[in-house]
Design a protein around this ligand. Structure first.
Ligand code: IMP
Ligand code: MG
Length: 181
C-alpha cells in the first residue's frame, strides 16, 4: 500500500445502548402521558429516525392511529448542512387530516429540515403537531424550532449511529458516537 489511503475517521462513544434506551423510554412515557386520551399519528422523518421510531413505538402504550414516513433531507454526502431541505417522499394527505401528529426526528441541528417538515405537515391540516427528537444539537440552530420532546442534547460534533449516518454509513451501530478526525 502507498500512503494515499485516507485515514478512517475515529468513532468516539457519546451515549451507550443503555443511555439511549433510557432516553427512548422516558420519551415514550412523556408521549403516553400527553396523548393519553388521543390516538396520534407518528410521522418518522426518513431515513435517520427509523431505528429510534421502531424502539419508541415499542415502548409506547398509547394506541396509535398510524405510523407514517416523510423523507426530507438537507444533508448530501457531507458533514455540513446544504442549507436547503427537500421533500422526496410525501405521505397521503388523508393520513393526517384532522389528526394529532407527532413528528419523530433523529436529530435537530440547524432546524432547517425540521421546520420544513413541520410546515409541510401543517399544510395538510392536522389537529395538532408536536416534535419529538432523539437528539438536539442546539449550538448550530439557524431556524428556531420548538422541540417538544428531547431525548438527549449533543455537543457541536458530527454524530453517527442508531440510525444516524455519514454518507449512508454507520446507521446500524447500536449506540451513538461522535466522529473525530
Ligand atoms: P437540520 O436541518 O440541520 O436540523 O438537520 C437535520 C438533519 O440533518 C437530521 O435529520 C439528520 O439527518 C442530519 N444531521 C444533522 N446533524 C447531524 C449529525 O451530527 N450527524 C448526522 N446527520 C446529521
Ligand atoms: Mg440524515
Amino acid at each position: 500500500m502507498t500512503g494515499s489511503k485516507q485515514m478512517e475517521p475515529k468513532l468516539v462513544p457519546l451515549f451507550d445502548k443503555t443511555e439511549v434506551a433510557g432516553a427512548v423510554q422516558r420519551l415514550a412515557g412523556q408521549l403516553d402521558h400527553d396523548y393519553r386520551n388521543r390516538s396520534p399519528v407518528l410521522v418518522g422523518v426518513l431515513k435517520g429516525s427509523f431505528i429510534f421510531l421502531a424502539d419508541l413505538v415499542r415502548q409506547m402504550k398509547t394506541p396509535l392511529q398510524s405510523i407514517e414516513f416523510l423523507r426530507i433531507s438537507s444533508y448530501g454526502a457531507s458533514t455540513v448542512s446544504s442549507g436547503e431541505a427537500k421533500i422526496s417522499l410525501e405521505l397521503p394527505p388523508s393520513s393526517i387530516l384532522g389528526l394529532d401528529v407527532v413528528v419523530v426526528e433523529d436529530i435537530v441541528d440547524t432546524g432547517i429540515t425540521t421546520s420544513a417538515a413541520l410546515s409541510y405537515l401543517k399544510g395538510h391540516r392536522p389537529a395538532s403537531v408536536s416534535l419529538c427528537a432523539l437528539l438536539d444539537k442546539p449550538s448550530r440552530r439557524q431556524v428556531s424550532v420548538q422541540v417538544d420532546y428531547v431525548g438527549l442534547t449533543v455537543p457541536d460534533r458530527f454524530i453517527v449511529g442508531y440510525g444516524i449516518d455519514l454518507d449512508q454509513k454507520y446507521r446500524q451501530l447500536p449506540a451513538i458516537y461522535t466522529l473525530e478526525e
